[in-house]
Every structure is written in C-alpha cells, then in structure tokens.
Design a protein around this ligand. Sequence first.
Ligand code: KG4
Ligand code: ZN
Length: 341
Amino acid sequence: MLFLGIESSCDETALALVQDGRRVIASHVASQTKIHERWGGVIPEIAAREHLVALGSMYQNLLKSSEVSPNHIDAIAVTQGPGLIGCLLVGVSFAKGLAQSSSKPLIPVNHVHAHVHGALLGIDAEYGQIFPTLALVVSGGHTNLYYMSSPTAFELIAHTIDDACGESFDKVGKMLGLPYPGGPHVEMLAKSGDASKVSLPRMIERKSHMAFSYSGLKTAVARVIRDEKTTAAQHADIAAAFQDEALGQIVRKLEIAQMMRPKAKSIIVAGGVAANSRFKSLVKESTKLPVWFPEQHFCSDNGAMIAALGFHTFRQDKHETNLSWDVFSRYPFEKFLTTDN
Ligand code: KG4
Ligand code: ZN
C-alpha cells in the first residue's frame, strides 16, 4: 500500500510517500530552523503560519518529483499529536481536506510513536526478527523507552521526570554560547573535550525507578560555568562531560530494561538525538542485541515515519471506525474529559 505521510507538529513541514511502511518513495522536509533561530526557540504562532504557507506547494512538488499521481495513493496518515496545537491543526485540516476530496482513508498518528518507525525505514529485517523490541525515542520533547511486542503495541516503561534529553542538549548549548538548536553543536564541541576533567552528578541508579532526569545535570553545568568562570577551552570538556552523562544514563537504563524484558530481540533508538554518533557507539558497545538507528535524515522529524506508522495502524485497525480524531498537544484530550471531579 502506498501511504502519504504528513507531519507539521513543530518546526518542520514534512511530506513523504512510503510503500508498505518501509520503502520510501519520496520524502520532502522544509525546516523552519533559520526562521526561529533568532529567538533561540520555536515561536508557535509563526510555525503554524509557515506550515500553512508551505503545505500546498510541497504536496504538489512531492507528487511531481516522484511521478506519482494522487490516484495511486492508497491512504493518508497525519500527525495528530503531540505537538504545538496550531501547527497540528494546520496539518490535520490539510490532511482531512485531501482525504475528503479523494475519498481516501485518513489515519491519525502519534508523532512520538512514529519516530520508532523512522529507524526501520529501508531496512530488510523481517518484523519477526525485530519484535519484541526495546525502543527509545530521544528527541527535543521526549525521552521515552517502550517495550513493543508488535509495530503498533507501545508499552511505556521509562520516561523523563523533567526535561527531555534533546531539550537539555539545547539548553546546555545555549549556556555554552552555541547556536540553536544546541544538540549537534554540543556533540561537535565534545569531540575535542575530555569528559574526565569535569565532575558532574550521575543520575541515581535504582532498578525500581525506571526514569530519566535532566534538570539536575543541567543545573550542575550552569553552576560549573558560573562558579569556575570557565574559559572557551574548558567548554569542550564541559560539553563532553555533559554528553557522556546525558547519554550514559539512558544506556544504563537500557541495560536494566534488557534484564527486565529478556524476550526483547532487538533495540531501536530514534528521535533527533539518535543522530549523535557518541550515542550510537555507547548503545552498540553496551549490548549483544541487534540495534537499529535511523538513517541520519530520518532522525529528525519527517513525513516518512508518519506514513510508516499510519500503514501499520491501518492494517491493524482496518475495521475500526471510531479512530480518535482530537488533535492533541502533548497529552490526548480524552485524558482531560473524565468526570471524576
Ligand atoms: O526528533 P526531533 O527532530 O524533534 C522533536 O520531535 O523534538 O529532535 C530534535 C532534538 C533537538 O533537541 C536537537 O538538539 C537534538 O534533537 N539533536 C541532537 C543531535 N542532533 C539533534 N542532540 C544531540 N546530538 C545530536 N547530534
Ligand atoms: Zn519529533
């Protein structure tokens, strides 16, 4: 089945055509980073307006460049959430319009879950070789570890109790005077640093407490910069020490998760931070299981991962007519609709 995937949850407008959840026919991404960098973060209202301007022509270009006619598209998948509410509404409205005018099925997709499928695009392994799997989504908004018994079964077994990992990279990047978004710049700076020269706190290790935390680490970095009046040369050491603990705590929890879930056949690491090469080597050194990271251009937000999860959801829920259609920002609306109080 040929799926069109539409992503507009934050500052990337992205569309893609994906065959059977794995084979990417075309993937176009328009990043708004240049527009938002002067504010050092995403301005939601501007982001939503940019999506509105970009979507129509990007859709036409996608079809033209891949020589696919709209009739060949079997179904449409769109990011339903979590994300910036105005941005989500633009993407969902566009997708609804397309689906209505072409009488194609429309599938709502969870953005965070979709990142996992970004790591499986283009690979040959059978699903039986991959699942059950332990899947990490490490991005600007989330640090989640799932146990997945199938491509659509997401059991959340650990998440951050404060900042997300990518968000902490961005904040530390800002403290070190690096451009936005900080993640890739912190990685670059860390390459010339010596982590052992800076002492930062390690997240408390308790088997029973499967969680990640970044606020203490971030505050410790701020304190080192302020109290030690650090020079530019020391900034590389700080970046290296921060990076090692930010990623190290994830790897240590992943090791515990493998003991807790011995049936896991593989590990998937996805989300923007999966682009970090130190992360790749730390995870691969820590396990005997096969590990899948996304290709570099599928680490950050893209439409192909949305199309891929849309395909699996459609296959599973084909006969289900009441798919939830509320656009949600961070948490599904149903959570707030209970009448308990
Ligand atoms: O998945 P993503 O593109 O967007 C969200 O859904 O959040 O993730 C973006 C995050 C940003 O915080 C960015 O700084 C971080 O991923 N990131 C990195 C690297 N490349 C991107 N963090 C560390 N090292 C990198 N190489
Ligand atoms: Zn994302």
